[in-house]
Design a protein around this ligand. Structure first.
Ligand SMILES: [Fe+2]
Ligand SMILES: [Fe+2]
Length: 190
């Protein structure tokens, strides 16, 4: 559907984007955001709040995983040839995506809902550690020849495309969201 028009090939057009993040900074910011939502989920008491947070967490993680898999991971593999690290990260994504799908198909009425979110948060915590630790993927990426600025730009663009077109967001009700949808602000403007 969303025919990706022209992929930004690191062609920086000189328009001074106020706070362009490099690839690692962008991905780390996503990690922090989701960690915050997981913490809020743990404290949440009522089901509407839990549903809202779970929806935000799942959407954000899907977009995050996709930009890593489409853009960052292939560039990482090419630059470092570290197959083990690359493949392990992909396998961890697959595990997380499975659980995300279960959470999305479920709701706070489900006895297992909280446990699913809890286990997802633990999987993500582990995975984030693998990416961010001192000898982890991001550190290797920084030492490599990867063009992290260009990749950051490319990922930011892809991220906003995905946030605009996430089909889940347009799914009709039926999942018992109380007060319509609450999305993370994407700062999208035309
Ligand atoms: Fe990540
Ligand atoms: Fe990842």
């Amino acid at each position: 559907m969303a025919s990706s028009k022209s992929k930004a090939k690191g062609k920086s057009s000189g328009d001074a984007a106020p706070k362009a993040q490099d690839a690692v900074a962008l991905l780390k910011a996503d990690h922090r955001q989701v960690a915050e939502w997981f913490e809020e989920f743990e404290k949440a008491r009522d089901d509407d709040r839990k549903q809202t947070l779970a929806t935000k967490i799942c959407s954000a993680l899907k977009v995050h995983a996709q930009i890593e898999e489409e853009i960052f991971y292939p560039a990482f593999l090419e630059a470092t040839e570290d197959k083990d690290m690359h493949h392990e990260a992909e396998i961890e994504h697959a595990g997380a995506k499975n659980l995300i799908a279960q959470i999305e198909a479920s709701s706070p009425d489900d006895d297992y809902f909280d446990s699913k979110v809890k286990v997802l948060s633990e999987m993500i915590k582990h995975h984030v550690k693998e990416e961010e630790q001192p000898d982890g993927m991001f550190a290797e990426a920084r030492k490599s020849e990867m063009d992290l600025d260009a990749l950051g730009e490319q990922m930011a663009q892809r991220k906003s495309e995905l946030e605009d077109t996430d089909p889940e967001d347009d799914a009709p009700a039926g999942r018992g969201r109380a007060d319509g949808r609450e999305r993370a602000p994407t700062g999208r403007q035309r």
